[in-house]
Design a protein around this ligand. Structure first.
Ligand code: SAM
Length: 284
């Protein structure tokens, strides 16, 4: 049976229909599944955390490669399916919860102590309605994992993998760049899922950096400044930042820009992360 036939079979057996509000688009393409698992570069010493296993299509391949797979799934209809399907495996743990509420660091630390896990990787075909919150949670919590390999909307992938200051960048481009090295792996057409989503998809790999690419005294200030710069991205940086309570007014912003050698007429979207860092480091 190929993955398409397997998916159809499981859905019929359990009377499952895809729940759109949970972002359920099930993968039915063998090549794509293999490519995702290959690009995650999993070894038999690794812990893999899979977000949204659904019917278990990716899980099935991850289990063959990893020391242990922890699968976090919100839809309790999927839990019975996953438990039945993988009942013979002793290296899977299924958590029936919203991934945004799961303390992943606690889970990883427990597995490090009990199984001696050295490296953890996140793999997922993400539910698209919460792609950004999930990725930001993974990055900001600074979990002890090595990489994040995820399928997301192509449009979001373009933004996350853009160079900060490039045409497609948004505030999130800078955050991703700060925490990780982003790489595109594979474009995936809508026909690789049932039901077919309304958008094309892309698999990306985020390799977590050991050290940030810029020296910054206060990360919170850096990201707040970037957020304000992009909230009104067509305005000049001075005008956009004058709304931010980190600054006393336009005069102070002007002085800082002069100090760090940035043109007063610049718009925030043109700045590199180094330039944003130099502004943030000027605020006491
Ligand atoms: N991994 C399966 C596949 O590739 O066929 C399913 C992927 S589907 C795009 C997304 C999965 O994430 C669904 O199974 C959905 O129920 C689950 N999901 C949605 N919101 C979630 C959340 N907040 N926490 C955990 N899982 C969630």
């Amino acid at each position: 049976m190929n993955i398409y036939e397997e998916t159809k079979f499981i859905m019929k057996k359990y009377g499952i229909y895809a729940n759109k509000s949970l972002g359920q688009n099930f993968l039915i393409d063998d090549d794509v599944v293999n490519k995702i698992v290959d690009s995650a570069n999993i070894s038999n010493d690794d812990l893999v955390i899979e977000i949204g296993p659904g019917l278990g299509t990716l899980t099935n391949e991850l289990l063959k490669k990893a020391k242990k797979v922890i699968a976090v799934e919100l839809d309790n209809r999927m839990i019975e399916i996953l438990e039945d399907r993988f009942s013979l495996y002793d290296n899977i743990e299924i958590i029936n919860q919203d991934v945004l509420k799961v303390n992943l660091n606690e889970i990883i630390q427990k597995e490090q102590q009990e199984l001696g896990i050295k490296s953890t990787k996140i793999v997922a075909n993400l539910p698209y309605y919460i792609t950004t919150p999930i990725i930001m949670k993974l990055l900001e919590e600074k979990g002890e994992f090595e990489s994040i390999t995820v399928m997301i909307q192509k449009e979001v992938a373009d933004r996350l993998c853009e160079i900060p200051g490039g045409k497609l960048s948004g505030a999130i481009t800078y955050s991703v760049y700060y925490y990780a090295e982003a790489e595109k792996v594979l474009e995936v057409p809508r026909t690789s899922f049932i039901p077919a989503p309304d958008v094309d998809s892309e698999v990306i790999n985020l390799k977590i950096r050991k050290e940030p690419p810029v020296r910054i005294k206060d990360e919170e200030k850096l990201f707040k400044i970037i957020k304000y710069a992009f909230m009104q991205r067509r305005k000049t940086l001075i005008n956009a930042l004058s709304q931010c309570d980190l600054f006393s007014g336009k005069e102070q912003i002007k002085n800082i820009l002069n100090d760090v050698g940035i043109n007063e007429k610049v718009r925030g979207e043109e700045l590199t992360i180094q330039e944003f860092a130099s502004i943030a480091n000027k605020i006491i």
